[in-house]
Structures are given as C-alpha cells and as structure tokens.
Design a protein around this ligand. Sequence first.
Ligand SMILES: *Cc1c(COP(=O)(O)O)cnc(C)c1O
Length: 242
Amino acid sequence: MEGLAVNLDRLKSNIDSVHSRIARALDQAGRPPGSVRLVAVTKRSPAEWVEPLARLGVVDLGENYPQELVRKYELTRALEPAPCWHLIGHLQSNKVKKVVGPLGQALVMIHSIDSLKLLDLVGEAALAAGVSPAVCLQVNTSAEPSKHGWTPESLLADADRIAAPRGVPVVGLMTMAALGTTAETARGSFVRLRELRDQLAARTGRALPELSMGMSSDYETAVLEGATLVRVGSALFEGVEG
Ligand SMILES: *Cc1c(COP(=O)(O)O)cnc(C)c1O
C-alpha cells in the first residue's frame, strides 16, 4: 500500500460528505453542531495519506494495531497540524508500554480497553510515563463470541472497580455492532451502549460523556443515538487511490 498517491479532490469530497451526514444526523437528533468527533480510521491507508488528511482538517486518526500506530506516528509526528492518535483495536498487555508513553501526548485516546487488568496496566504505564490518554471501555453489546469487551452485566458489576482512581481518565464507552448488521439492526447496540453509560455513570458518579460508536455503514444511526466519536474508514477512503 505504501507510496500510493491520493486523489485529493475525491478525499475532500468524501470528508465533506461524511461531515454533512454527521451534521444532518445531529440536527435531526436535536444535538448541537460539532458535538461529534470524526476519527478517521487509517488502518487500510498508507502513512502518506496522513498529511493530506491533516491539511483537510482531519487530525483525529484511529489505528487498530499498536505497531502500526507507532509506525505512522513516527512517520508523521513533525506535521503541522500534528495528528492526534486513537487506538481502536485490541491491546495486549505486553504491548501497553509500546504505545502508552512512546507517543507522548499524541496518543489522545484508547477506545478499546476490554478488561480491568488492561485498565490498571494502562493507568500504571501512563503514570510512569507522565502521559494521560483518555480511555473508553469496550462493551460487547452484540454478544458475539468473537468480540472483545465487557458484557453489559459484567460492566455494571465492575462499577466500583472502574471508578477507582488511576493514571488515566475513563471518559466513556465504546462498542461495535455485530458483523453484517445494517444501520437499522445496529441501532439496538447503540441504544444499549447509551443506556449502559447512563447506568454506569449513575453507579460511579462519573459523567462518562463519550460514546464511541458507529462506522462507515452505521455512523448516522450512531449519531442519532448519541455517539460523540464515530470511527470511519472506508467511507472516507473510497475511491481516493491514485
Ligand atoms: C476498521 C474499524 C473501523 C472502521 O470501519 P469502516 O467500516 O472502514 O468505517 C471502526 N472501528 C473499528 C474498531 C475498526 O476496526
């Protein structure tokens, strides 16, 4: 993939289209403009596309794999404006110190904290490195065995331990709809996540303002149901090669 040129006009029109669909969904939901952050998922895109994205105003970037996150960060750290990185994929315990610390403040959020053990490890690594990425807890709202994360029941059962003070702020929840769902069938997962957030917030006394939910096929539905972060890949990069 490396070295592929980007069709800037197409990239710009894709970005504009995603932003306007988000704006329309916000309006429809009676939510304030600008209350959703677009995270561009660059996992299928070469590092060369980070610069044009940043120039077009897309600076929140998401990667699934720690190694690829570090690689793209290092290749693009000198850019102005500098990208803000989001880890959205599974983080193994033995990879925590590869991303928490080495990216400094450029790692703004880990969306995919899927166990108390990982939450503790990330908190310790953040304290040791003097960084403080925000974290979301991943919930398996679709009950697919292949997905990581808390079940809704186990999340609420862990409320006290989630609320314990640590080196990183827990700011909200993240979910992925089941594979192969349509925007309409994904809605149940998004509603469930919002309700769980409200319940966990009540139990912990924390605000938990962030809901990371919605991908290319269902982000408008997610925004209608309260998403504050949408993670969009293919809808942004469709047709932009060459
Ligand atoms: C790949 C991925 C996305 C983006 O998916 P698209 O369908 O390309 O928009 C969002 N979230 C996670 C966790 C992903 O792995």
